[in-house]
Write a protein that binds this ligand. Structure first.
Ligand code: ADP
Length: 315
């Protein structure tokens, strides 16, 4: 049995497609509007469920509103257990207001809403984390909540994987998360595997070369995977040689959620006993499938599709 727990954000993405984004004070007429489930926590949970984890549990929060109801049922539809996804009446469901222009550029306002209430573990959370093999964490909720969950996982010998997104530069050498929270050293001390993309790795360390950034991050955590977009991913560990895994050459139509697909799938492969190089290759196959289809969680592949593609039997 593979059990993956995820603590993180659940958002409704509200996307306006326009030829050119408005300047301040300007009104423009857009072409299309879509609402799509999002939030890095929920995205990673969907990726892990589709990749064939026996059990995926989402710890998070939504508001007592229509978006909250829709997001809960979207997670359940993908096979994610939502018993510990709480509905709070003090805040609205988190939303991301996204303007996408014709050049594929975007501008985003995130309102954390209910996600911002996740400052500590609630009854049941630690028991669920203890029963999991792997806990997936990101930084779209208050860092205190992430820390509490990581430390609970540590107490119970559960593998922890942190996606340090969104990241912000630090005026000091101390790593910082978004909203100016420092990433506390205690959090990194409770992380087994850190998975930044190359921009996050550069932001966190001040080092633009991904190899050098990964090496610097090994001062804080024992294993790092830096994702490099179409160039693949780079694995570094304190006690092993670095491994560069190339991404399959595909035509990308929408790379939203590629990193979340990668992490969710990687976690399943590792939890099921795969070696790191095999797990990275499988996650790369999954992420490459996801970028060839529109949407974040909507584009995430199912296990049979990943296996078919990996075995070269895709039609
Ligand atoms: P994020 O989505 O977090 O910004 P990346 O852009 O690094 O992260 O993408 C994560 C992973 O998704 C990459 O390591 C790669 O395996 C895969 N990927 C992303 N873009 C492409 C692409 N254009 N072609 C093939 N694989 C891709």
């Amino acid at each position: 049995m593979t059990h993956i727990a995820v603590l993180g954000s659940t958002n409704m993405d509200l996307i306006a497609y326009v030829a050119k984004a408005p300047q301040r004070g300007e009104t423009v007429t857009g072409r299309e509007f879509r609402t799509l489930p999002g939030g890095k926590g929920a995205n990673q949970a969907v990726a892990a469920a589709r990749a064939g984890a026996d059990n995926v549990s989402m710890i998070g929060a939504v508001g007592a509103d229509a978006f909250g109801t829709q997001l809960r049922s979207a997670l359940e539809h993908s096979g994610v257990d939502t018993d510990l996804l709480r509905t709070v009446d003090t805040a609205a469901t988190g939303t991301a207001h996204i303007v996408v222009d014709d050049e594929g550029g975007n501008a985003i306002v995130v309102i954390p809403g209910a996600n911002g209430t996740l400052t500590a573990l609630a009854p049941g959370d630690e028991g669920l984390i203890a029963s999991a093999d792997t806990l997936l964490l990101q930084l779209e909720i208050p860092v205190e909540g992430v820390l509490a969950a990581a430390q609970a996982a540590r107490r119970h010998g559960v593998r922890t994987v942190l996606t340090p997104a969104p990241a912000q530069p630090s005026p000091s050498s101390q790593l910082r998360s978004s909203r100016g929270y420092p990433i506390p050293p205690e959090l990194l001390a409770a992380i087994d595997l850190l998975v930044p993309n190359e921009h996050e790795a550069a932001t966190l360390t001040g080092i633009t070369d991904p190899h050098a950034a990964a090496k610097a991050l090994l001062d804080q955590v024992p294993e790092v995977v830096v994702t490099l977009g179409a160039r693949g991913s780079l694995y570094a560990a304190r006690d092993a040689e670095p491994v560069l895994v190339e991404a399959p050459h595909v035509t990308a139509v929408d790379t939203t959620g590629a990193g979340d697909t990668f992490v969710g799938t990687l976690a399943v492969a590792l939890t099921q006993g795969g070696s790191m190089p095999d797990a990275l290759a499988w996650a790369s196959t999954a992420a490459a499938l996801s970028v060839q289809r529109p949407g974040a969680s909507a584009s995430m592949p199912y296990r049979s599709e990943i296996d078919n593609e990996a075995n070269g039997t895709a039609s």
